[in-house]
Design a protein around this ligand. Structure first.
Ligand code: T1G
Length: 701
């Protein structure tokens, strides 16, 4: 945090902008919590402040400084989609750059998006070491629309600009200094005084008004080298698949290299307008705010006390138990992992170590970190060793009888006040809690595999779970870097409950006329990382299958009976080559044709649109039922679950947002058509019918 320098006088320009003086240096001070977003009021204050400083002969230079925790964190996202308010940011930026007196930006916190663009229009930039700067617009489906795509390449060169702008990732002040974005790194906690001193030096040395727009050497070196951009596109094709904004950003940076500044600005403005009024950015801005809503729980406030969690216990060292344990070790919490058999425990701890070591090999962790985290993990074959844990997470086989037995034992072992959580994916947390004398301390903490990677955590609230326990679990979720969504008890909670209709329809569709590769293609092209059948092959078709109980009535059972268990056996729904590249299987096609015939199903040609509607609209309908039953607090929570747990494409905002973009009326009409043709599974939810009748959306709830 910068300390406010002593300033002799101050002119209040508007509620959020003040013009202060420190001798011949003017300080344009902005204070617009929480992140000094460049709202209309801030923008007009900046213009007026620069104007006043410019007309006051006694002012020799201006420092642009933000009070509070950060320099401008960008345009005010809440203004998008509403009628524009003057002055628009590009005009503000140009006004600063045209100032007749040097303007020095004083950076702390996160100078992001329009904030960094504002800084680049200043003639100099100083920053404290902890400051970060970046262009996150691409994460909102946008591009820097106030000159950033034209100024940054001129300052750092197109290659670095491409990386910074299309990744959206911030860089440190140190890196910014090395790249030439920041002119000087100043003492932490002394930003304003240092910035004023820097401005004074600029005046004393009569330094030029350095305008980034006039720089040319770094873009001149790239002129006539289209391969810079083609190779960048090729190298990032997989990451950018389906997204509009990355390509638009690349085109603007290409224009910065090959066209005059003002022409590049025209293209930037044109493409920005296309993006900001498009569906993808609306979806990604929705997700930005939705990710911040999940922490807001109606009956739990910030001052709901949480319970101390200094030691964690995990039962089960399998894929889930191991991944869960890593989350807590990564956050510096000691974990005792209990397994039933020594070889299972050893295997589990070995997998964790190998995970950490492979991260270290990629340079993302030191070997000291590996040892430190492994040192936090203690294996045990005895549940009694969990007696001193504040939180115990059960992560064993998805079987209610086994879970009930464990919770009954745990209740006798765990210390008073310890939280007992199940990682169950579907099962009734209330029934599990009933096996203990402490149901108020029992809840679900449903992690997603791989648990140390996937951001989503479904916190499952039992009917008797105490508010403090909920608040503790949500806070822990944040502490271990998850996005925690509070859900209620039903079969599959939110995510898996909505997965079921999609799986059901996918399996029906291949018997009615589609093939697995048709369904997978439609959902892949929609934006999912892979379709349900490719996913099944990856996970293994024999999860929950056994030869003893197999009836050979589904394609999956028949494939397992023929030892086609997925990628791990080189064949499943697809055939796989030695590099695990999938291709449609003639054998599977025949199995499906035979099964359709055996079931008396007359196969027909099924359109891609029908595949999409039956897989996705049924999910939306299930989401509406989840809202009706109060299993999710808000529709955007459901969106967050599906984006972070199942790879729903972020540029489509989540299933509920997508339903509103398609139009709930259309979703309802199509469900009714399928209900009439195919059966009651498509019966529209009462909530969906009501919202359509009232002309409302899920977000009006
Ligand atoms: N506009 C409006 N509100 C914002 C905001 C923004 N840019 N950034 C944050 N907030 C709100 C947020 O909704 C929350 O509100 C509160 O501030 C704290 O946020 C023209 C077009 C800055 C790193 O994308 O990355 O500039 O929930 O919980 O974890 O070229 O906020 O409390 O009511 O996230 O400490 C580009 C987005 C905009 C930055 C702070 N800028 N923000 O993180 O707090 S587009 C961004 C962030 C643009 C120009 C283009 C983070 C943060 P509430 P928080 P945090």
């Amino acid at each position: 945090m910068s300390s406010a320098a002593e300033t002799s006088s101050a002119t209040r320009i508007n509620p959020v902008v003040e013009l202060r003086r420190d001798g011949e240096i003017a300080v344009l001070a902005v204070n617009s919590p929480p992140v000094n977003a460049l709202s209309a009021q801030v923008r007009e204050g900046i213009v007026e402040g620069i104007r006043q400083a410019g007309t006051d002969a006694s002012v020799k230079a201006v420092v642009l400084h933000c009070d509070g925790r950060t320099f401008f964190a960008g345009a005010d996202i809440s203004e998008f989609g509403k009628p524009p308010k003057q002055p628009m940011l590009p005009e503000v930026v140009d006004f600063i750059e045209a100032s007749s007196k040097p303007v020095v930006a004083a950076l702390h916190g996160t100078a992001l998006g329009g904030g960094l663009e504002t800084a680049l229009a200043c003639h100099y930039r100083v920053a404290v070491p902890s400051a970060k700067c970046g262009f996150p617009e691409v994460k909102l489906g946008l591009l820097p629309g106030a000159g950033g795509t034209q100024r940054l390449p001129r300052l750092v060169g197109p290659e670095r600009a491409l990386e910074m702008i299309t990744s959206g990732s911030p860089i440190s002040a140190k890196a910014a200094k090395e790249m030439g974005i920041v002119d000087e790194i100043v003492d932490e906690g002394n930003l304003l005084a240092s910035a004023i001193a820097f401005a004074r030096k600029v005046v004393a040395e009569n330094r030029p008004l350095k305008k980034v727009r006039d720089l040319d050497d770094k873009i001149a070196a790239a002129r006539g080298k289209p391969e810079i951009f083609q190779e960048f596109r090729k190298a990032n094709a997989r990451k950018f698949r389906g997204f509009q904004a990355p390509e638009y950003n690349i085109r603007c940076i290409e224009a910065a290299v090959n066209q005059p500044f003002d022409e590049g600005i025209k293209l930037e403005r044109k493409l920005f307008q296309e993006l900001v009024s498009g569906e993808q950015s609306a979806a990604q801005r929705h997700v930005f705010f939705a990710e911040r809503q999940v922490w807001k729980i109606p009956d739990i406030s910030d001052d709901t006390p949480t319970l101390p969690v200094k030691k964690v216990g995990v039962i089960g060292a399998g894929t889930m138990g191991g991944g869960i344990s890593m989350n807590f070790a990564n956050a510096g919490l000691p974990v005792t992992i209990v397994e039933a058999k020594p070889e299972a425990l050893e295997r589990g701890l070995g997998v964790i170590r190998r995970n950490y070591e492979s991260t270290a090999k990629k340079g993302r962790m030191s070997m000291e970190d590996v040892e430190r985290r492994m040192g936090l993990l203690t294996g045990s074959l005895n549940m009694e060793d969990l007696a001193d844990c504040d939180l115990i997470i059960e992560a064993v086989f998805e079987n209610m009888a086994i879970k009930k037995e464990i919770f009954s034992k745990l209740d006798a072992i765990a210390k008073p006040g310890a939280i007992l959580a199940s990682n169950t994916s579907y099962l009734n947390v209330n029934e599990i809690a009933a096996m203990t004398k402490r149901p108020e301390h029992v809840l679900g903490m449903h992690f997603f595999s791989p648990a140390n990677v996937m951001r989503l955590l479904e916190v499952v609230r039992g009917e008797k779970t105490d508010k403090r326990v909920i608040a503790t679990a949500m806070q822990l979720g944040r502490q271990i870097g998850k996005i925690a969504v509070l859900v209620g008890v039903c079969h599959g909670f939110v995510g898996n409950r909505m997965l079921e209709p999609r799986q059901r329809e996918a399996n029906r569709l291949i018997l009615e006329g589609a093939m697995p590769w048709d369904v997978d293609r439609v959902l892949y092209e929609f934006g999912f990382p892979m379709g349900p059948f490719a996913m099944a092959d990856l996970a293994g078709l024999d999860i929950g299958w056994s030869r003893e109980t197999s009836k050979g009535e589904t394609v999956r059972e028949i494939l397992c009976e023929q030892d086609r268990r997925g990628q791990k056996t080189g064949a499943g729904f697809y055939d796989y080559d030695e590099s695990r590249n999938a291709k449609p299987s003639k054998l599977v096609e025949q199995i499906i044709l035979d099964l359709s015939a055996k079931k008396g199903i007359a196969r027909r040609t099924i359109s891609d649109q029908e595949i999409l509607e039956r897989c996705v609209y049924t999910m939306i309908n299930e989401g509406a039922k989840i809202l009706e039953e109060g299993i999710a607090i808000r529709s955007s929570d459901i969106d967050i679950v599906w984006i972070n747990g199942y790879g729903w494409p972020i540029y489509r905002g989540g299933p509920m947002f997508y339903g509103e973009q398609v139009g709930l009326g259309k979703v309802l009409d199509r469900l009714r058509v399928y209900e009439a043709k195919l059966g009651p599974e498509f019966k529209p939810s009462a909530l969906l019918e009501r919202l359509v009748a009232e002309g409302k959306g899920f977000r009006d709830l």
